[in-house]
Ligand binder design. Structure first.
Ligand code: GLP
Length: 244
């Protein structure tokens, strides 16, 4: 793990955007793993700025999003497809057919998971996977559990996750109860991972992610097993390189 700490979120957003832009400039047909939530909004804005300045093109790039709500129409502004269009895809030159978000409205969600994994397998591996983190240590929508799935699958959202995401909806009742998410296998299969963590309220879960035991009860702690993880944060945390 490499930990980069920033004094403010604007610098963090710029650095995270620059890392993604560098990956695409080095490999124009890069496969990018994309994330949603409040965390990446600022860095997507920075990517759009650089695109508008002619510093990067996404014409050959492909994207795979981590997850999507189940049963929320993609026309709903809080669907992750709508989020990605609004925050990134509509403002850059990526080809629509090269952007992939799991279909949370598929009649057969298990079949949709298999279809998504097949595409990832055929077009991947992901060169750079962007991740945020939930307060309980979830990544994508892989919630804490006694075991975690390797493949793209349907999950029941934890009460605390629905509570955290309530801010994007009119009420808790409107927050979907289920989602479809890339599994831990697909996430850990990425060649490199960029974990972005913002806000002091996430300092404790980030510390446990970096320094605590590797446990399925904190899915993000499995990132300790990956050889190329870059963490960018404004949290006051350390990455301990030894027991003492
Ligand atoms: C959401 C997403 C995650 C995201 C996390 C944190 O539910 N499924 O991909 O990283 O929760 O979101 P935020 O950045 O809004 O705190």
């Amino acid at each position: 793990m490499i930990l980069h700490k920033f004094k403010n979120q604007a610098d963090l957003d710029r650095a995270a955007a620059d890392l993604i832009i560098s990956a695409v400039r080095a490999k124009p047909n890069a496969v990018l793993g994309m994330a949603t939530g409040g965390t990446p909004v600022g860095l997507y804005q920075e990517i759009v700025k650089s695109y508008q300045q002619g510093l990067v093109s996404f014409k050959e790039a492909k994207t795979f999003n981590l997850d999507e709500y189940v049963g929320l129409p993609i026309t709903h502004p809080e669907s992750y497809r709508a989020f990605m269009q609004r925050n990134l895809f509509d403002h850059i030159d990526i080809r629509a057919e090269n952007t992939h978000v799991p279909n949370g409205n598929a009649a057969d969600i298990d079949g949709e998971g298999r279809r998504y994994d097949e595409m990832l397998y055929q077009q991947g591996p992901v060169d750079l996977q962007l991740l945020g983190i939930g307060h309980n240590g979830h990544i994508g929508f892989n919630e804490p559990d006694s075991h975690l799935s390797r493949f793209t699958h349907k999950v029941t959202l934890k009460a605390e996750t629905r509570e955290a995401n309530k801010r994007f909806f009119n009420s808790l009742d409107e927050v979907p109860t289920h989602a479809i998410t890339m599994g831990m296998g697909s996430i850990l299969h990425a060649k490199a991972i960029l974990l972005v963590v913002k806000g002091m309220e996430k300092a404790e879960i980030l510390d446990r992610t970096l320094n605590g035991p590797i446990t399925t009860e904190i899915p993000a702690s499995l990132l300790q097993t990956h050889p190329r993880v870059i963490v960018m944060t404004d949290c006051d945390v350390e990455y301990k390189v030894s027991h003492s």
